[in-house]
Design a protein around this ligand. Structure first.
Ligand code: FE
Ligand code: FE
Length: 305
C-alpha cells in the first residue's frame, strides 16, 4: 500500500512523494524520476536528513537540466524525434507500454500507472462532461514519457520530465532553481539572452522552442499524426509543465490572443493533472470502451512515434 502526501515547497511537476508501507521514501518526479534511491537510504519520512537529501536530488536534477537545455540542444532533439521513425503504435497501446515502464521504477506495483492516467481523465469527465477532447487530453498528456522506455530512447531523466521553459530568449526569473541557468551557454549569448531573444513580441507560443521533454514530444506526435484535437488540447499537452507561464504569468509578451484563451483551459486542466490528489480506483476495463471511442474520434488507429 502506498500513501501519497503533499510535497511542500517543490515547484512544477516535482509534486509528490510516496511512502511505502516499508517506510522507504522516494520522490517521484512526474512519474518515473526517483530521487534519491530509497533503498540506499531507508529513512522514514520525518527524517530531516532524508528530506534534505531528497531536496538535493531534485536540485541536482534541475542543475543538469538548466545547464544542458540550450537552443541548439532543443533543435537537435526536435530534429531527431520529429522524424517519428522509432515505432508505430496506437494511443491505447502506448498507455499500456507506459504502464510497464513506470511500474519498473515504482515500488507500488499494485496500482498500475494507467489508473493514474485514467484518474486524471475521469476527474475531468466528471466535472466537464461535455468536453470530450479534454477527457482525452487528460489521458494522453503524459504519454511522451515513453521517451524513458529503455528500448525507445536513451534520454536521461532531465531531458524528459520536470518543468519546461522557452529557450532562445531570457530564462524567466520565476523558473525553479533559476540560478543554474548561469552555467547554460545561452545565458551569456546575446542572441538568446534578451527578453525576446530570437522571437518577436506576440509571435505566438506555437513559434517558440521549449526545453525538450515529454510535453513537446507528445505535442509533436499528436500534431504530426494529424490529430483532430482542438488547439486547446495541443496547447495543454505542449505547455502543461510550463509553470512559469501558468503559475507565475511569465512570457505573456510572446503570446497571442488564442494563446491567452488556451491558457484558461490549461489552468482548468492543471487542477486535475495532480492525479495523486484523488486516490479513487478506476476500473480500467469499465472505462476503456469510452476512451477507445475518443481515441478513434481524434486519432488514427496507428501513430508514428
Ligand atoms: Fe507531464
Ligand atoms: Fe501529468
Amino acid at each position: 500500500m502506498t500513501f501519497l502526501i503533499d510535497q511542500p515547497k517543490l515547484d512544477g511537476e516535482v509534486n509528490e512523494k510516496k511512502i511505502s508501507n516499508s517506510e522507504e521514501m522516494d520522490l517521484v518526479l512526474d512519474g518515473g524520476f526517483v530521487v534519491p534511491n530509497a533503498n540506499a537510504f531507508g529513512h522514514t519520512f520525518r527524517d530531516y536528513n532524508a528530506e534534505s537529501e531528497r531536496q538535493e536530488g531534485v536540485e541536482n536534477f534541475y542543475k543538469t537540466n538548466h545547464i544542458c537545455q540550450t537552443y541548439d540542444f532543443v533543435k537537435k532533439m526536435r530534429e531527431e524525434y520529429g522524424k517519428l521513425d522509432k515505432v508505430e503504435m496506437g494511443i491505447w497501446e502506448c498507455c499500456e507500454l507506459l504502464n510497464n515502464i513506470v511500474d519498473e521504477s515504482d515500488p507500488d506495483l499494485d496500482e498500475p500507472q494507467i489508473e493514474h492516467l485514467l484518474q486524471t481523465a475521469e476527474a475531468i469527465r466528471r466535472d466537464h462532461p461535455d468536453e470530450d477532447w479534454l477527457h482525452l487530453t487528460g489521458l494522453i498528456h503524459d504519454l511522451g514519457k515513453i521517451l524513458l522506455h529503455p528500448k525507445f530512447s536513451k534520454l536521461p531523466q532531465w531531458a524528459v520530465v520536470g518543468d519546461t521553459y522557452p529557450v532562445g530568449c531570457a530564462f524567466d526569473d520565476s523558473i525553479v532553481h533559476h540560478k543554474y541557468f548561469k552555467e547554460n551557454p545561452d545565458f551569456k549569448n546575446p542572441k538568446y539572452n534578451t527578453k525576446n531573444g530570437v522571437y518577436s513580441e506576440g509571435c505566438g507560443l506555437e513559434n517558440v522552442l521549449m526545453s525538450w521533454g515529454h510535453d513537446d514530444y507528445m505535442y509533436m506526435v499528436a500534431k504530426e499524426n494529424k490529430t483532430t484535437l482542438p488547439s486547446a488540447g495541443l496547447f495543454i499537452i505542449r505547455f502543461h509543465s510550463l509553470y512559469a507561464m501558468h503559475r507565475s504569468g511569465a512570457y505573456k509578451h510572446l503570446m497571442t490572443k488564442e494563446d491567452m484563451e488556451n491558457l484558461e483551459w490549461l489552468k482548468i486542466f492543471n487542477k486535475y493533472d495532480l492525479y495523486s490528489k484523488s486516490k479513487v480506483r478506476v476500473d480500467v476495463e469499465k472505462v476503456k470502451p469510452y476512451y477507445l471511442s475518443l481515441i478513434e474520434k481524434y486519432f488514427p488507429a496507428k501513430l508514428r512515434w
